[in-house]
Design a protein around this ligand. Structure first.
Ligand code: WTA
Length: 696
């Protein structure tokens, strides 16, 4: 039996498992599988038991086990690492071709208990959060006990305002202890949170609230970032006007500025102060919804990616510990916003489930100066620093003294996420920031994958890291590269569509309200596999490197955007019959939107005014970061005979590769291309002149 072999091969990892593997009625009932011994794990092992057992094992053996016997690997991990109210009866029931994914069936647990109560029992006064506020030196520490109490007060506040299990709750807040407490309060009572990045416009917020049919919204009066105050409440006010499902808006006072309160509004701190700091945790099914997080796809409408309880928590917990080599007593510094999946998995759920001290970074990489990150590392004694390549590309332009003047000896692991990291940024991060002594992990994953899927660690201690490569699949992840005809590619030195052939506990379960879209987007393109939307290269050594998106999704400063979303916003302008947006390289942001715009042939149309209105449209419909950097007015767009816009050609023109347009035989009218190249040539000259003037 594979299990017996693995046990031999992996030694201590299985001690607990074998200890409780005494034959009993449950064994006869359910057959082979680690869930048999769950009754004996209702009292969980001390923290780190799993890890200390694992740390003595070869990662290669563990990986092999995770893919050859996932039931045993994940079943044991879930039993040992999570506290269950009721043991699960079956490890998984998945069928990727029909998009059916269930893990730890029959089990009941509460995520907030696993993130808070279990740690309060052992170390109530350990800092759970360090809120690194915008002004340096004003950080606030929140202990596990305090975070549990705040979460309970907030949960009771939600309950007393009619929120029940299954209700959706929108969180439109900056990174702050209350945002974390809001997420955990939902988890405590079984409500489903949907955090919306507080940089999104009121229309983008309204669209998400409407799709999720949220009953309440939690927000702040204002956000503070980079020394500037950003109004949030007024954005929420504008959004909820078109959201009839919203019954209450809870408003926290981040600043002292007064806020105008309307009939729906409830002052959050005041409401919480009269609530009990104790709130019983709802026992939830492993597959009950934990949260929705809206993200961009290749069509215009953002999709509400659904994550559930046990599988997501287990996956974030395991990846957080192993990819970053997190150890007890570390200060984990992930500088992402809670509005993105990185904030969910590696600011909140992963670290808190491991009893870590996690940093909430409210500021920007350059406030008040380009030394901010490293000054924070010195002051908070950060052990792991996890950030985005876009910020690194910005910072490496400044003098290295901004890094070197701060003590970075506390750093042990560096991490990068969200977009491909270029060699220059990788080497700067590794040598200048990490002084060449900290492993730098380029982590590839997605909102849909829940947690890190490909990263250089874990690996054998001495395994070298190849710069700018995500390298290795995490436990349980089986990457496959597919060729143009949908055939799996074998061997090394191959490039193809990146798919994952086996389910893993952290993967998304659905798209909220549209399971068919979930199946169509992820499981139809390569039947039986999860399709990531990314391309990848596999080296002769079997390591993976991500080559970028294969669909119409672009990545602006590490933020995912569908070009169709931007087109939809632009197309609302009455003078604009048609647009096409493509991604265009940018040396700091990675990519920026480049818009090709067709204008109505009207006499007296003021082009400059229209372009200004188009910029405003994108800002109000989506967010500032989505505004195209380039607008090129053209007479027509290149289309196939069936009327499909050929974005590939537009990409080549924008990149000044018009000598290399590829196959143009399907073009309906090839003269369009010549027109566009000419228009682009003029645009380029005009930009160059403007640049020159700016420099003078
Ligand atoms: C891209 C962010 C290259 C990729 C966690 C993916 C990356 C999309 C990397 C998901 C990386 C993320 N190297 N590309 N290390 N990490 N991406 O959902 O295109 O916001 O599909 O999740 O970002 O973006 P999302």
């Amino acid at each position: 039996m594979a299990a017996a072999q693995s046990r031999r091969g992996t030694g201590l990892f299985w001690t607990r498992l074998s200890r409780c593997r005494t034959p009993g009625p449950a064994q006869t009932r359910t057959g082979a599988g680690p869930h048999r011994c769950l009754s004996s794990v209702s009292a969980p092992p001390p923290p780190g038991t799993w890890s200390s057992e694992l740390s003595r094992l070869s990662h290669r053996d563990l990986y092999r086990l995770s893919v050859t016997n996932p039931d045993q690997f994940w079943g044991s991990a879930a039993a040992d690492r999570l506290r269950w109210v009721e043991p699960f009866k079956r490890v998984r029931d998945c069928d990727l071709s029909s998009g059916k994914i269930s893990w730890f069936l029959g089990g009941k647990l509460n995520v907030s208990v696993n993130c808070l109560d279990v740690h309060v029992e052992k170390h109530p006064d350990r800092a759970a959060l360090i809120w690194e506020r915008d002004e340096p030196g004003t950080e606030v520490k929140v202990t596990y006990r305090e975070l549990l109490e705040t979460t309970c007060r907030l949960a009771n506040t939600l309950k007393s305002h009619g929120i029940q299990k299954g209700d959706r709750v929108a969180v439109y807040m900056p990174v702050s202890p209350l945002a974390v407490a809001a997420m955990l309060a939902c988890a405590r009572i079984g409500a489903v949170h949907t955090v919306v990045f507080a940089g999104f416009s009121s229309e983008a917020l309204a669209g998400r609230i409407q799709d999720a049919q949220c009953k309440v919204v939690l927000t702040c009066n204002e956000a503070v970032r980079g020394g500037r105050v950003v109004p949030l409440k007024s954005t929420v006010d504008a959004a909820v006007r078109s959201c009839p499902t919203v019954q209450h808006v809870f408003v926290s006072q981040r600043t002292e500025n007064p806020t105008e309160m309307g009939p729906l509004d409830v002052p959050l701190e005041e409401a919480m102060s009269s609530q009990s700091p104790v709130c019983p945790a709802e026992p939830l099914d492993s597959e009950d919804l934990l949260f929705l997080l809206y993200t961009s796809g290749s069509t215009g409408k953002p999709k509400g990616v659904v994550h559930t309880q046990a599988g997501y928590l287990l996956y974030t917990s395991l990846t957080h510990q192993y990819v970053f080599d997190h150890r007890d007593g570390d200060v984990f510094g992930c500088v992402a916003d809670v509005g993105w999946i990185t904030g969910h998995s590696y600011v909140v759920y992963g670290p808190l489930s491991n009893g870590a001290t996690t940093v909430l970074f409210e500021s920007t990489p350059v406030y008040p100066n380009p030394g901010r990150y490293w000054e924070t590392v010195e002051r908070l004694r950060i052990s792991q620093f996890y950030g985005a390549p876009t910020a690194l590309r910005l910072l490496l332009k400044y003098d290295d003294s901004w890094v070197k003047k701060f003590d970075r000896s506390s750093l042990r692991t560096l991490g990068s996420v969200g977009e491909p990291i270029n060699h220059e940024a990788w080497h700067w991060f590794h040598s200048v920031v990490g002084e060449g002594r900290c492993p730098l992990v380029d982590t590839w994953w997605q909102t849909e994958t829940g947690g890190i899927c490909i990263a250089p660690r874990p690996a054998e201690e001495d395994a070298p890291i190849v710069p700018a490569m995500a390298m290795r699949p995490f436990f349980g992840i089986q990457p496959v590269l597919m060729g143009e005809k949908g055939e799996p590619l074998s061997g090394g030195s191959v490039t193809g569509a990146l798919c994952i052939s086996q389910p893993w506990p952290g993967m998304a379960r659905s798209i909220y309200g549209d399971h068919q879209r979930f199946i169509d987007a992820y499981f139809k393109p390569y039947p039986g596999c999860y399709f990531t939307g990314d391309g990848a290269y596999r080296s002769e050594d079997g390591y993976y490197q991500i080559t970028g998106r294969m669909d119409d999704v672009i990545n602006v400063s590490g933020h995912r955007l569908g070009t169709a979303e931007i087109e939809d916003a632009l197309d609302e302008h009455p003078a604009v019959p048609e647009t096409a947006v493509v991604g265009f390289p940018h040396d700091i942001k990675g990519e920026v939107p480049f818009a090709f715009v067709v204008l109505k042939e009207e006499s007296g149309l003021d082009r400059a005014a229209v372009l200004k209105q188009l910029r405003e449209l994108v800002t109000t419909k989506i967010a500032k970061y989505a505004v195209p950097e380039h607008f090129l007015v053209v007479k027509r767009l290149p289309k196939t005979r069936s009327g499909k816009i050929m974005r590939r050609i537009l990409r080549s023109v924008a990149m000044e590769k018009s000598g290399d347009l590829g196959d143009t035989s399907t073009l309906d009218d090839s003269s369009v291309v010549k027109e566009i190249i000419e228009a682009h040539e003029q645009y380029r000259k005009q930009r160059a002149e403007e640049e020159k003037k700016k420099q003078q």
